[in-house]
Design a protein around this ligand. Structure first.
Ligand SMILES: Cc1ncc(COP(=O)(O)O)c(C=O)c1O
Length: 418
């Protein structure tokens, strides 16, 4: 029995069966490559689902972890430490927000943002404003797995086994301004969007829809809350994807790449919205601990020092261009979209998409498939054009060999891949 077989058998017996893992045992990594137990290197175009912004074993992250672990790892939020204000300053300066609450994960940040919206609506009602408690979320959205987050997540398979979920959520058709206007009223306390839907298939909001969501919320005192958990912290070539639109939300959430692989989430909001929160209303034991903050500070400083936003934008554009070139040769690619290093190629068949992910894995390249037919690429920001060329050559080979040979029936099951 190999070590992997032993681990698989033990997990099958001991863990809740929430994941369909690929049968690979990863043990180390370097740069854009992750290495399995036999020493085989994989080009990672997924970066731990959009987390490992600086790739693997980055000396800046190692140094921050080492240094902070020798000083202080955890304090709780009953006391001060040096990291939170320093990190909050960096985040507020780069996002146009005023205040920060630190959480541990994406879903926890989103959950807190929803609570903040309800608390703010309560405050406004107390001030005589006519505003309700309803949330408008978008079809194909993904915001996480805890109760509030899953209630605002569109796919029924994520919500229904756990019903009843949090009431008061209505879904609006994606990028449908008419539907948004029809469903918006003074009952709504917040419109909830991802600037670019991730799990929903790497779909950017239209300028028109985003602007309408901003205008409607401003007309009643409701909040515009933008989930930047997957798209934020530089992945799209700007710190937040909403900055591409010139639209400033009232609240935003960050997580995934924030601390380069150490769990950390954040809610950011305006001074006005922060009036709704007082001591004791919300909190966490671990959120914003010294270790996570120290690493996040190091990651942000490195991104800036190395100009990685510009690199993400340039290499991302190159990636999309190469995918467009590939689409000209392979009709199986029906759409190419994305921003910066949040990139997707939509195929004409779920079976082909599933097979492509498996064939890429055989060629030692990690990607995934979301929304059945969408190949998703969320590589580290340190990706270079040569890595893109490697991936494109592999895709070219796979489509040449397999496209057309696979059924176009939309039948493939999905994995846990958010
Ligand atoms: C847009 C978005 N929001 C929220 C989440 C949930 O984050 P986490 O898995 O850290 O709870 C995800 C995770 O994929 C996400 O992509």
């Amino acid at each position: 029995m190999t070590k992997l077989d032993q681990i698989r058998a033990a997990e099958a017996k001991l863990l809740l069966s929430t994941y369909e893992r690929n049968p690979i045992l990863f043990v180390s990594g370097e740069g854009v490559h992750i290495v399995d137990e036999s020493g085989t290197k994989y080009l990672d175009l997924l970066s731990g689902i959009g987390v490992n912004a600086l790739g693997y074993n980055h000396p800046v992250i190692q140094e921050a972890i080492l240094h902070q672990s020798l000083a202080l790892i955890h304090t709780s939020n009953l006391f001060y430490h040096e990291g939170q204000a320093e990190l909050a300053l960096r985040l507020t300066e780069r996002t146009g927000m005023d205040r920060v609450f630190f959480a541990n994960t994406g879903t926890e940040a989103w959950e807190g943002a929803m609570k903040l919206a309800r608390a703010y609506a309560g405050l406004k009602r107390g001030e005589g404003v006519n505003i309700g408690t309803k949330f408008l979320a978008l079809e194909q959205s993904f915001h996480g797995r805890t109760f509030g987050s899953v209630s605002t997540t569109y796919k029924a398979k994520y919500r229904e086994p756990f019903g009843p979920v949090v009431p008061g959520v209505e879904f609006v058709r994606f990028n449908d301004v008419v539907d948004l206007r029809a469903k918006f009223s003074t009952e709504v306390c917040a419109i909830l969007v991802e600037a670019i839907q991730g799990e929903g298939g790497v779909r950017p909001l239209t300028q028109e829809f985003f602007a309408e969501a901003r205008a409607l919320t401003q007309s009643t005192g409701a909040l515009l809350i933008v989930d930047e958990i997957q798209s934020g912290m530089g992945r799209t070539g700007k710190w937040c994807a909403y900055q591409h639109y010139g639209i400033q939300p009232d609240v935003t959430t960050l997580a995934k790449p924030l601390a380069g692989g150490i769990p950390l989430g954040a809610i950011l909001c305006t001074e006005e919205v922060s009036r709704a929160i007082h001591a004791g209303m919300h909190g966490t034991t671990f959120g914003g601990g010294p270790l996570a903050c120290a690493v996040a500070i190091a990651v942000i400083d490195y991104i800036e020092k190395e100009n990685l936003l510009a690199q993400a934008a340039a290499v991302g554009d190159y990636f999309q261009q190469q995918l467009h070139n590939l689409a000209a040769r392979h009709s199986a690619i029906v759409d190419v979209r994305g921003m910066g290093l949040m990139v997707a190629a939509e195929l004409d068949s779920a079976d082909l998409a599933k097979l492509t992910v498996a064939e890429m894995l055989k060629r030692r390249i990690l990607i995934n498939c979301t929304s059945d037919t969408v190949l998703r690429f969320l590589p580290p920001y340190i990706l270079e054009r040569a890595h893109v060329d490697t991936a494109i050559a592999a895709l070219d080979e796979i489509f040449t060999e397999h496209a057309g040979a696979v059924s176009t029936a939309n039948a493939a099951g999905e994995k846990n891949h958010v």
